[in-house]
Design a protein around this ligand. Structure first.
Ligand SMILES: [Fe+2]
Length: 303
């Protein structure tokens, strides 16, 4: 059984024309479907129908979806969610475009999480038969895939427990107020060998701090920042490294003000590893390894 990955997220954007320019021309995502007020997108190395859905009107996260391995997993996670006391309902085929039946769970923080195991297969852009390493003609920074996301919660420890007990995730890294404290300032949770599929940080319930796209390596991070400069993207944090996860990163905003990240590297995580613990006096270095300073806007500005 298991969660395979963060499959999709729906993000609200104030102006669809501007959002399309950002996500299609600068980020290089491809349009796979359109409906009234919605645009469905995927990266070139994603096989499933969509990963990012733009919804016109407002700003912030509408919902997210985890793809699970089997239909049995849906029953397991439904039971787990009920046992935890979370709100859970069945989702019928087609409620999410091109997605089969599933379950819809509301986390203690009020985030809507859908779980599904069927979605229309489109294939990636290089195929699975003797493929080349990347598509010949790239657009913008040509992100291969969605990687992870970071949500806000008023009670991080409770929501960490929810993701662990309900979805079987494990904590890879945590920021605790003190080494032995049961409280959490932030937590990075994995369902498999990614160093995080989702992270939760202390803040307003239902909040979205950012969602991140994979890039291959540090040279692609540098190139992405150069393209952001050309396209006048609002850069929040220029290329650097995280102490937490060791990933290399850029933070920037879409035209609506949703924070995006490009993420490369970082270590592979295993379920039998100890959880890495960070204490408040080292948060600056944990988040930004070089500047060792956490600016207030980074923690206080989110959608
Ligand atoms: Fe991130």
């Amino acid at each position: 059984m298991g969660i395979l990955r963060l499959g999709y997220l729906h993000v609200r954007v104030t102006d669809m024309a501007e959002a399309r320019k950002h996500y299609i021309e600068t980020m290089g995502l491809k349009v796979t479907a359109e409906e009234a007020g919605k645009v469905y997108l995927k990266g070139w190395d994603e096989w499933d129908h969509h990963s990012v859905v733009l919804e016109e009107g407002g700003v912030g996260l509408a919902k997210l979806g985890f793809k699970v391995q089997s239909e049995d997993d849906l029953n397991t996670y439904e039971n787990n969610a009920r046992t935890f006391g979370a709100t859970v309902e069945r989702m019928s085929k087609g409620e999410e475009l091109e997605v089969g039946q599933g379950i819809r769970v509301t986390t203690p923080s009020g985030h809507v999480v859908e779980l599904y195991n069927e979605i229309t297969y489109l294939g990636n852009e290089v195929g699975y038969l003797n493929p080349y390493p990347f598509p010949r003609h790239e657009t913008g920074i040509s992100v291969p895939a969605l990687d992870h996301m970071l949500i806000m919660a008023e009670d991080v420890a409770l929501n960490e427990k929810f993701f662990m007990d309900t979805f079987g995730m494990y904590a890879v890294e945590q920021i605790r107020p003190e080494i032995d404290s049961p409280a959490r300032i932030a937590t990075w949770l994995s369902a498999g060998q990614k160093n995080h599929d989702i992270a939760i940080v202390s803040g307003k319930d239902k909040g979205l701090h950012h969602f991140a796209f994979q890039l291959e390596d540090w040279s692609k991070i540098l190139r992405a920042a150069d393209i952001f400069a050309m396209d006048d993207v609002s850069i929040d944090i220029t290329p650097t490294r995280h102490g937490i996860t060791r990933g290399t990163t850029i933070y920037f905003f879409d035209p609506a003000g949703n924070r995006n990240e490009t993420y490369a590297g970082g270590y592979r995580a295993y379920r039998d590893r100890p959880t890495t613990i960070w204490t408040p006096e080292h948060i600056g270095r944990g988040i930004f390894s070089h500047s060792r300073e956490l600016n207030a806007a980074f923690t206080e500005v989110y959608t």
